[in-house]
Design a protein around this ligand. Structure first.
Ligand code: CP3
Length: 341
């Protein structure tokens, strides 16, 4: 049996204290990250530089001794690996050339995906050889729906109108895009497992904007396939789903996808999750990231309540979404110490 706390939690064990890691734990709130980031060139240059990507993945582990390291990369390396134009504009977020036509899909280079993403796989391999023995390695990808929204909108969006228009107005085109992304995600995550990832997390950051039927069709169904195919090929792999904003649909998601772990956003009521989700999967979450930026007593109280309500079953302490850049690193220290107290 493994001694890694994260793997034990995902195998269904209840631990006190629970394992802890934070979404976006490597990032701009750390001065040592900002230094490497400045020296790397663009954000994608950093993602594709194994020396520097390994270094920034290690940074939060060195500081806080987290129970898991998450590969430093981004969900948008998949569209980039398929041959789309992707860039990150300072203060603006990601910019992609929007997809809207069948010919755009014909141009997607599925064969070239793993070759283009070789530097990321090299980073995974080096991490698996260099992380502390107590620290589990998490690989990840965006879920097909969330990645599709960036490809269709050409970046972030307020209402996702272009994505929904394609979903309802050009259903065949949209279905084809989703199928390509589902297969690309399976291939990419399988390669991460081969390179040494022990856990995989799928980020469906925009699943919460879908109506019930579309949520089942475009968030749950692709994930059912992703989990089934990866588990058939790699029976030991642990998979965590993060259907952010899914609300009451969290339960359908857990039941249908058969994930080992389910990451909760900060709006999910704790007692409801303990009763309705924890018997089915290991819970992960769900502190409000702003609360970590605020710190102090408000943070302590929220941590204590989280541990009291979710700590009685299989649980991984984490946030309800990524840590924000203005978070004082001391607050993260306070949070980790409180959890391990
Ligand atoms: O968690 C980690 O520490 C691992 C690294 C990681 C990043 N992005 C690094 C990153 C992970 C797991 C992601 C996932 C990701 N990327 C998601 C899903 C999670 C979520 O936030 O909902 C999404 C939607 C993206 C797409 C993305 N990447 C956006 C919208 C942005 C711009 C907004 C921002 O925070 O700047 C990014 C850029 C990005 N990804 C940065 C980092 C550290 C900041 C870029 C920089 O350092 O210049």
């Amino acid at each position: 049996m493994t001694t890694k706390k994260l793997l034990r939690a995902l195998a269904g064990e209840t631990q006190s204290p629970p394992p802890v890691w934070l979404m976006r734990q490597a990032g701009r709130y750390l001065p040592e990250y900002r230094q490497i980031r400045a020296q790397a060139g663009t954000f994608l240059d950093l993602c594709y530089n194994p020396d520097l990507a390994v270094e920034v993945t290690h940074q939060p582990i060195r500081r806080y001794n987290f129970d898991a390291a998450i590969l430093f990369s981004d969900i948008l390396v998949v569209p980039h690996g398929l041959g789309r134009t992707v860039s990150f504009k300072e203060g603006e977020g990601p910019v992609l050339t929007p997809i809207g036509l069948a010919t755009d899909l014909d141009g997607l280079d599925i064969q070239g995906l793993l070759t283009r993403l070789q530097p990321v796989l090299e980073t995974v391999k080096r991490l698996s050889q260099t992380l502390p023995s107590s620290c589990a390695l998490i690989g990840f990808a965006g879920a097909p729906w969330t990645v599709a929204t960036y490809m269709i909108e050409g970046g972030s969006s307020k209402d996702f109108a272009a994505s929904k228009r394609m979903m309802w107005n050009q259903p065949d085109l949209f279905a084809r895009l989703m199928e390509i992304l589902t297969d690309a995600t399976i291939a990419y995550l399988g390669a991460q497992v081969e390179a040494g990832a022990e856990v995989l997390q799928l980020f469906d950051s925009w699943s919460g904007i879908l109506p019930e039927e579309e949520f089942k069709r475009w968030s749950i169904s692709p994930m059912v396939k992703i989990v089934a195919e990866l588990k058939a090929k790699y029976p030991a792999i642990k998979i965590v789903g993060f259907p952010k904003g899914a609300g009451l649909m969290y339960r359908n998601y857990v039941i249908d996808t058969k994930v080992d772990g389910i990451s909760l956003d900060w709006t999910v009521p704790l007692e409801w999750a303990a009763e309705n989700l924890q018997p089915l999967a290991t819970l992960q979450g769900n502190l409000d990231p702003i609360l970590v930026a605020v710190g102090g007593e408000a943070l302590d109280q929220a941590v204590d309540r989280l541990l009291t309500v979710l700590g009685k079953g299989p649980f991984i302490a984490n946030l309800g979404h990524g840590i924000i850049p203005s978070t004082p690193p001391e607050n993260v220290d306070r949070l980790v110490k409180r959890i391990r107290r």
